[in-house]
Write a protein that binds this ligand. Structure first.
Ligand SMILES: *[C@@H]1O[C@H](CO)[C@@H](O)[C@H](O)[C@H]1NC(C)=O
Ligand SMILES: *[C@@H]1O[C@H](CO)[C@@H](O)[C@H](O)[C@H]1NC(C)=O
Length: 395
């Protein structure tokens, strides 16, 4: 035991010494906080698109974490192959680590790993820039042509973390989800670009779950599944100035798979343009018993361009009609407001609120919702939805 401790201490001391040697001197940014710069190339990363930079990335992280000085991990321009990057913050002393990425990170093209870039239990991490290439095509082809393919890796995940900022990041062709925010608090995403083909399976743009205080601003998302998906246990979300398409829209759900499930509360989705998407704004719950809920949602200032289901609540989700013993949704939906939604529907029904018989939607509001289908007003269909009255939709 003793020897082991000594070994660790020595190794750590050597390592910290090394880290200081290879890192540039402190720089003063904005005249306030001196920052230490750790350049991954000085730790052995080679921008040839082939040499695995996983270890240099780990070393950079360990070096930043071991210090209290705000640190920048710098990834210069060029293509860096990264087999996997796992940034664990459990014992990280540093609460101000910034990644500045001028280069491209390339995922492995094979799909053995279930994780690509993951941060866990980190506080105060920011990412500025970066082009993440998930290289998903081989896995998508596998999923399209045969069964038994692995689910694939999320490109970038933050788990159990807080005070996170991601700015001007681009993610293309993820194997599975592009960006996942799970069990986090206070997360700010701005100027995100997501791009993958409209037929790439399970490539959600940004997935938020069990998290609170998440903001997504000024982002462009084109992908094969939901542009933004919101899972159970999410609250205080603000999503604004987004373009979505191709994709499946902005979706709260699927919710209500479990009997005991945390609810979704206080979500604002504002100023979004949907172009040729499957859905615009959707709330989707399983037709199963659940104590989950959705309450306090505002969908405002939305433009629909040729959208299949511009406004939809589907509480009867039960693909294949199995796993839903009573065919009734337990999740209750209340206080959802739709305000200023315009544009074109690609189907006859522009607004479809199909709520649960057992737990009808309540406190629904609709103002200035005007959708057309083939130059005529689109139809509306509401079942078990209550609130303000409007046309033949009792909402
Ligand atoms: C709702 O969420 C927003 C952030 O999106 C926050 O500013 C606001 O305080 C929250 N409202 C309540 C009642 O928690
Ligand atoms: C809906 O929009 C159409 C075309 O923009 C317009 O002619 C119509 O008056 C609008 N209807 C309502 C109720 O605002």
């Amino acid at each position: 035991m003793m020897n082991y401790n000594i070994f660790i201490t020595c190794a750590l001391t050597t390592f910290i010494g090394l880290a200081f040697m290879i890192s540039s001197p402190m720089v003063v940014e904005g005249g306030v906080v001196p920052r230490r710069i750790i350049n991954v190339m000085r730790l052995g990363a080679v921008p040839d698109g082939q040499t695995d930079a996983s270890l240099p990335f780990q070393s950079a992280w360990a070096s930043a974490c071991s210090s209290l000085t705000p640190s920048t991990i710098y990834v210069p321009a060029g293509r860096f192959f990264v087999r996997s990057a796992y940034f664990q913050g459990d014992r990280c002393k540093n609460k101000a680590i910034r990644f500045v990425i001028d280069g491209t990170l390339l995922a492995p093209s094979d799909f053995r790993n279930s994780v690509w870039i993951k941060f866990e239990k980190v506080t105060g991490v920011s990412i500025l820039g970066g082009f993440l290439d998930g290289r998903g095509t081989a896995l998508w082809a596998c999923k399209a042509h045969s069964g038994g393919c692995p689910a694939g890796a999320t490109t970038l995940e933050f788990f159990d973390s807080k005070n996170i900022m991601i700015t001007r990041l681009t993610s293309i062709n993820s194997k599975k989800f592009h960006i996942v925010i799970n069990a986090c608090q206070n997360v700010n995403l701005q100027g995100i670009t997501v791009s993958a083909p409209g037929n790439s399976p399970n490539t959600d743009g940004i997935h938020i779950e069990s998290s609170s205080g998440v903001t997504v601003l000024n982002s462009r998302i084109a992908t094969g599944d939901d542009c933004i998906s919101i899972g159970p246990g999410s609250s205080n979300l603000w999503i604004q100035t987004i373009t979505c398409g191709p994709g499946h829209g902005v979706s709260i759900g699927s919710l209500g798979w479990s009997l005991q499930e945390a609810g979704v509360q206080n979500v604002t989705v504002k100023t979004v343009t949907f172009t040729s998407t499957e859905n615009g704004v959707r709330i989707k719950t399983w037709a199963r018993e659940s104590n989950g809920f959705v309450r306090g949602v505002l969908f405002q200032d939305l433009t629909m361009v040729n959208v299949q289901n511009p406004v939809i609540i589907d509480q009867n989700y039960c693909p294949g009609e199995h796993n839903c013993p009573r065919q009734m949704a337990g999740v209750s939906i209340s206080n959802v407001r739709y305000d200023n939604i315009h544009g074109t529907s690609a189907s006859e029904i522009g607004v479809k609120l199909d709520c649960s018989k057992e737990h009808p939607c309540s406190g629904m509001q609709m103002e200035d919702v005007n959708l057309s289908y083939e130059n005529r007003p689109a139809h509306e269909s509401c079942v078990n939805a209550f609130g303000a009255t409007r046309g033949n939709c009792l909402i």
